[in-house]
Design a protein around this ligand. Structure first.
Ligand SMILES: [Zn+2]
Length: 73
């Protein structure tokens, strides 16, 4: 059954945005999905930057707390 499926469709990929079948090795089916994918990527990058910033601030707070307890402790 699965062999017949392979014969009929051949090796193929799916668009990561809308999921339709596309030629193997491709990631996206159209310019519209490419634009959407780029948008998602930008969003993800921004989120990542924000979480790095958050970790940095947390680290700074921990260091300040440590210094304060060292000075006043
Ligand atoms: Zn698509």
């Amino acid at each position: 059954m699965s062999k017949k499926f392979e014969e009929k469709w051949g090796p193929h990929s799916h668009c990561v945005i809308c999921g339709i079948a596309i030629p193997e090795g491709e990631k996206l089916c159209s310019e519209i999905c490419k634009a959407k994918y780029k948008e998602e990527e930008e969003k993800y990058k921004k989120q990542q930057k924000f979480s790095y910033l958050f970790i940095g601030i947390m680290g700074a707070v921990v260091v300040i707390m440590f210094l304060l307890s060292y000075v006043y402790g």
